[in-house]
Design a protein around this ligand. Structure first.
Ligand code: BES
Ligand code: MN
Ligand code: ZN
Length: 524
């Protein structure tokens, strides 16, 4: 390793250590207590759409001589799902947060959305304790889903914001979830759902970090830290030398223009018998995508620090599985590289030989995600013999155009697997929409000098063509799905209470739900 690079690496590690020391995030601790209506303090209460009201709202309203109902009516608050009203100084209460639930039947997703709004309100509240009241015992484990929502909704990324003197510190203290069965719900939270929230938090942190902080090697270091002390986990890292020995021409090609060398990170979690084939999740981990020599316009280019969301999501998902000791074998594979233009960068027209032996011609150096993915997927098939392989990537602008902010694109040649992912999307709130892999996309990928080319004409189904390219490296019989999450990984406008603006951590909850519902003996 050249001296300059060694120095840079040391500087990077020092910087990382220093950042971690200051990474005290504003975040409320979640606790569980028996349902009761407190006499004072800050409360959060749900409101069904329309009248008459029942439960905690009715009780509070009666105690306040009808003032709560009048305040809601005067504010035009009707209890529509997803709405929230913040009242201050009503009766003996410093704050009453009303959360609308609409008329939908209570479901885990509704509970998470309620919690999400309370979490968001908690970020800007000066109250030390917010008590979230949920008297309804009809859904077992309701408190755990409320807590998951709070935890997801209260996410902020403030590492680089200084605390100004004289400004109050907000968003710290507690959220007390008051439910009929606090013990059982608390146990369910810590054993089963808090680990998932921790996975989402890790993914969001990795994505929020700028690309001068999170690059391939520092991503690896952060993953190591996150998994420290987590049992049944083995971490494997391939550097450039290992990649060269394996013939990973595509991983190396994308990384060759950057001063930050590429890495392939594999996190193996063993929760089942050693001979049970693993579930393998492969994530695109471009720590910054300039487009390379096919350079992107500078407008909004900053956001391309998010181009490693797939890698962050698979890492977070497996962290969740390992922390909640899911009875499965699973591996997260992160294909990490930085896509930069430079004197050593790849060019359009270059021909690359991949680990599988298959070659492709580069049409655009900006179609780099599919390049790193095919080597990672080849490695995963050879080394891991997966039962199922799902890759997840911020792959195309075309997916954004096709599906907007509401759905990720799902591509699969296996209807059963596609069905499982569609169901997991609906249940987790991280929704997917299936798009086709038409055989005619092959024509768009023909090259006169190589086996394929890495991009099509630029007209037509760009997300599908990208998916089709990846599929050319996947054994036809292997249940494989490709998730294009370009539109889902970063939020510019609010949509879901559990997803604050910025890095969404999309994919962690989807993959967790996919595993829970299909590979854990139908336990939940
Ligand atoms: N990381 C981008 C995908 C992307 C583009 C996400 C715009 C969000 C907004 C990806 O690497 C990319 O540049 N894809 C190209 C592919 C094309 C060159 C075949 C695209 O979608 O334009
Ligand atoms: Mn690109
Ligand atoms: Zn990209």
């Amino acid at each position: 390793m050249p001296r300059s690079r060694r120095l840079m690496r040391h500087a990077g590690i020092a910087l990382l250590a220093c950042l971690l020391a200051f990474a005290a995030e504003a975040q409320r601790v979640i606790e569980f207590e028996a349902y009761a209506v407190p006499d004072d303090g800050a409360l959060a209460v749900t409101v069904k759409r329309g009248v008459p009201q029942e439960g905690a709202f009715a009780e509070l309203d009666a105690a306040a001589g009808g003032a709560l109902g009048r305040a809601a009516a005067n504010a035009g608050f009707t209890g529509e799902r997803g709405t929230m009203l913040n009242l201050h100084g009503l009766g003996g209460y410093t704050q009453v947060i009303l959360v609308g639930t609409g008329e939908d039947p209570v479901s885990p997703r509704l509970l998470e959305d309620i919690g999400g709004l309370v979490g968001q309100a908690g970020v800007v509240s000066a109250a030390e304790t917010i008590q979230l009241l949920w008297p309804d015992a009809t859904i077992a484990g309701a408190g755990a889903h409320l807590a998951l929502g709070v935890e997801l909704g209260q996410y902020t990324f403030l590492q680089y914001r200084s605390q100004r003197p004289g400004q109050p510190v907000l968003g710290q203290g507690r959220v007390v979830v008051r439910v009929p069965q606090p013990q059982a719900d608390g146990r369910l939270w810590t054993q089963s759902w808090q680990p998932v929230a921790q996975g989402v938090r890790l993914a969001r942190d990795l994505v929020s970090e700028p690309a001068n902080v999170v690059y391939p090697q520092s991503f690896v270091e952060r993953a190591r830290l996150a998994f420290e002390g987590v049992p049944n986990v083995r971490i494997e890292v391939l550097d450039e030398r290992a990649m060269a020995e394996l013939g990973m021409g595509a991983m190396l090609a994308v990384g060759q223009g950057s001063a930050r060398p590429p890495r392939l990170l594999a996190i193996h979690y063993r929760g089942a018998a050693a001979d049970e084939a693993p579930l393998v999740f492969v994530g695109k981990g471009i720590t910054f995508d300039t487009g390379g020599i096919s350079i992107k316009p500078s407008q909004d280019m900053w956001r391309m620090k998010y181009d490693m969301t797939g890698a962050a999501s698979v890492t977070g998902a497996v962290l969740g599985l390992a922390k909640r000791r899911a009875p499965v074998n699973a591996v997260a594979v992160a294909a990490l590289a930085e896509n930069m233009p430079s004197g050593s960068a790849i060019r359009p027209g270059d021909v690359i030989r991949t680990m599988s032996g298959q070659t492709f011609e580069i049409m655009s150096t900006d179609a780099e995600g599919r390049m790193v993915l095919v080597d990672a997927i080849t490695w995963a098939q050879r080394e891991l013999k997966p039962a199922v392989l799902i890759d997840i990537a911020t792959l195309t602008g075309s997916q954004v155009t096709a599906l907007g902010d509401e759905y990720a694109g799902l591509f699969s040649r296996h209807d059963a697997l596609a069905g499982q992912l569609l169901a997991a999307g609906a249940a987790s709130g991280e929704e997917v929409w299936r798009l086709p892999l038409h055989p005619s996309y092959a024509k768009d990928l023909e090259s006169p000098i190589a086996d394929l080319r890495n991009g099509g004409s630029g007209r037509g189904a760009g997300a599908g063509v990208g998916a089709f390219f990846i599929g050319a490296w996947v054994a036809p019989e292997l249940p494989w799905a490709h998730l294009d999450i370009a539109s889902m990984a970063w939020r510019d406008a609010p949509l879901l209470p559990t997803v604050p603006l910025g890095a969404s951590g999309y994919g962690v909850r989807l993959l967790d739900r996919f595993v829970r519902d299909n590979f854990e003996g139908g336990s939940r």
